[in-house]
Ligand binder design. Structure first.
Ligand SMILES: Cc1ncc(C[n+]2csc(CCOP(=O)(O)OP(=O)(O)O)c2C)c(N)n1
Length: 635
């Protein structure tokens, strides 16, 4: 068995191609076994086993910089760079990260989680190398899905122009998470399948060169003819025209061919694009036959491929998806827009029912946002279904195109709050801070799934501009559901538990935590009111004034970055109103990134727990007693 002895990628150089092939089998078995217990990105990694082996065989990490787009397909790279023993901890708290992580290894040179950054990163490293007068190689591996992202096109444009020496490996498996979409995808399919294109490029160019040169007008015509023949027959001409040397398509599971091609790429003095055709999920039948489902998978039984899902309530995502179908039936103006996440965003039922009103734009959050603005301005009711974390990409479009136009776009912001095993690149904890300062937008968060449904109706009936509802990556609470959906008056909060002297203003899942804290504190003789602060913008000013006037000490409890949170908005409100004696304490997420783990562990790490909330109220009580004591002493 070779695999357990591989501690450093340099060891690969001593192996024969046959041995590398054996190693590929062992790596696949290892991944299938380990991930059956931990879960993780199985299908993407099974698809890049040979590619990663060839990469480490041909190049010299960490001197040569290897950059993995998204970074979810770097498990093989982790195995080959001495981290095999840590796979039992994959994506677990304090364990091996599911993405590239610089603190784990000197071989991890670029971190990601969001897609389409690898080409810009490669270009940056190549430019720095040249400025420093060094000569290491830079290689970026990017999937055909990630290539649909705007950043990737921006980088291609720049790289092709600058002609820096670097290698881009396009890992083309025809899949994003869902089947890939778009004109680039169609173009790549054509290259893969067209029998003309499958001819070696050199062979075609040789034939073209043999057409004799002739003078005058005739020569120009012949040149034009050659060009159009080239267009017809040479694969990858689009990349060639952009300034890349195109090599491929090459079978991404054939180690001999991959090694040859990478060596060839290394000899080119300028940017090269190696087009490798791979099968996502390669070598494990369930993953090969449904790579969408197996992109990121929970634990499973190896023999049957049966996925072991925890039984429990459905996710908020599913309630959103079902309710959108209901609303879609009532209102033909509703269109659902997804940046490459139809399944993850719960839109499959909607896409089946209303295929014409379902728009998958590829990994293109910026384009999706602007598209929504324009559709809204033409009278449609677009729902931009997006994960909080990926919405970060579309900040300018939200400001400039949606909010400034005051367009009636509905935002369905999924994965709001901690997300668990995906970790710091995916936490949905910044959207409140980067949305609430934008004029015109309304932002809501429901305390439970029933309220989510009412919020969706609120958003649909609201015709005065953009409106967002954000919901967590959690199972729903299992509350009774109303059949009739009734809009909630904009900017109104709800008292879910009466109390006196102290109030917790909470949003989303924190409302439940606040209720539990109030129950516990009641046993200690402290009465706490719980407010469902369901509008993060606009705030319920009346209620805030009332709380201040009655001398209630307030605790704002949220699972978002505290800087820029609703809590900050509450402080701003009191400052603006000249109410300087309001007692407000904030609990949110401190100013640092929170790594992977389970959601309860992440909450524990930042103190969003029952005990911390109770303690904070006790602290407020101690402070109040001290203040009262001081006042009576002074009088
Ligand atoms: C900006 C952004 N949007 C969405 C995602 C979610 N996402 C993760 S991987 C992925 C598909 C990537 O497809 P591809 O690059 O072809 O890689 P593959 O998994 O097929 O190897 C998507 C959409 C993301 N990571 N980043």
């Amino acid at each position: 068995m070779l695999l357990p002895n591989i501690k450093h990628p340099k060891q690969l150089m001593n192996l024969s191609v046959n041995e590398l092939e054996d190693l590929a089998v062992q790596i696949r078995n290892f991944l299938i076994e380990k991930l059956s217990v931990t879960g993780g990105h199985l299908a993407p990694n099974l698809g890049v086993v040979e590619l990663t082996l060839a990469l480490h065989y041909c190049f010299d990490s960490p001197r040569d910089k290897m950059i993995f787009d998204v970074g979810h397909q770097a498990y093989v790279h982790k195995i080959l760079t001495g981290r095999m023993d840590q796979f039992d901890t994959l994506r677990k708290y304090k364990g091996l990260c599911g993405f590239v992580k610089r603190s784990e290894s000197e071989h991890d040179v670029w971190e990601a989680g969001h897609s389409s950054t690898s080409l810009s990163a490669a270009m940056g490293m190549a430019m720095a190398r040249d400025l420093k007068g060094e000569n290491n190689r830079v290689i970026a591996m990017i999937g055909d899905g990630a290539l649909t992202g705007g950043m990737a096109f921006e980088a291609l444009n720049h790289i092709g122009h600058e002609q820096k020496k670097l290698i881009v490996i396009l890992n083309d498996n025809e899949m994003s998470i869902a089947p890939n979409v778009g004109a680039m995808h169609n173009y790549l399919s054509k290259i893969r399948s067209d029998r003309f294109y499958l001819r070696a490029k050199d062979e075609v160019e040789m034939v073209l060169k043999k057409i004799p040169a002739i003078g005058g007008k005739l020569a120009k015509t012949a040149e034009k003819m050659k060009d159009s023949l080239k267009y017809m027959m040479v694969p990858g001409v689009l990349f060639e025209e952009l300034g890349f040397t195109y090599l491929g398509p090459v079978d991404g599971h054939d180690l001999n061919k991959l090694i040859d091609t990478l060596n060839q790429a290394d000899n080119v003095d300028g940017p090269v694009l190696v087009h490798a055709v791979t099968t996502k999920g390669k070598g494990y039948r369930p993953a090969e036959s449904d790579s969408h489902k197996w992109h990121g998978i929970t634990p499973y039984k190896i023999e049957s491929g049966q996925v072991l899902k925890a039984v429990g309530n459905p996710m908020y995502t599913e309630v959103f998806g079902q309710t959108l179908v209901e609303l879609g039936e009532q209102d033909k103006r509703i269109v659902a827009v997804t940046p490459a996440m139809p399944g993850g965003s719960g839109l499959i039922p909607f896409s089946k029912k209303f295929p014409d009103r379902m728009i998958d734009v590829g990994i293109a959050e910026q384009h999706a946002a602007t598209l929504c603005a324009a559709m809204a301005m033409e009278g449609m009711k677009p729902v931009f279904a997006v994960y909080s974390t990926f919405m970060q990409r579309a900040y300018d479009q939200i400001v400039h195109d949606i909010c400034r136009h005051n367009a009636n776009v509905m935002f369905a912001i999924d994965r709001a709050g901690f997300v668990g095993a995906d970790g710091e690149t995916h936490q949905g904890v910044y959207d409140v801070a980067f949305m609430r300062h934008i004029p015109n937008i309304v932002i809501m968060m429901p305390k439970d799934e029933n309220e989510l449904r009412h919020m969706m109706k609120t958003a649909l009936d609201y015709n005065e501009g953009p409106i967002a509802y954000r919901y967590p990556r959690n199972n729903v609470r299992g509350v009774p559901m109303d059949t009739e959906l009734v809009p909630i008056p904009i900017g109104t909060w709800e008292i879910v538990r009466p109390g006196e002297g102290y109030a917790i203003l909470a949003s989303g899942p924190m409302v439940q935590l606040a209720e539990e804290a109030a129950e516990q504190l009641k046993r200690e003789g402290i009465s706490v009111e719980v407010v469902n602060a369901r509008f993060l913008k606009p705030l319920d000013g009346e209620m805030l004034k009332n709380l201040a006037e009655t001398g209630t000490s307030m605790l704002v409890l949220e699972e978002v970055s505290q800087a820029g949170s609703m809590g900050s908005a509450v402080l701003e409100y009191f400052a603006e109103q000249g109410i300087h004696d309001a007692v407000v304490s904030l609990m949110g997420i401190e100013d640092r990134f929170i790594e992977h783990g389970s959601i309860p562990q992440q909450r524990e790490e930042v103190g969003l727990t029952l005990e911390s909330v109770c303690q904070e109220i006790r602290n407020l009580k101690t402070a109040r007693t001290a203040e009262l004591g001081k006042r009576s002493f002074m009088s």
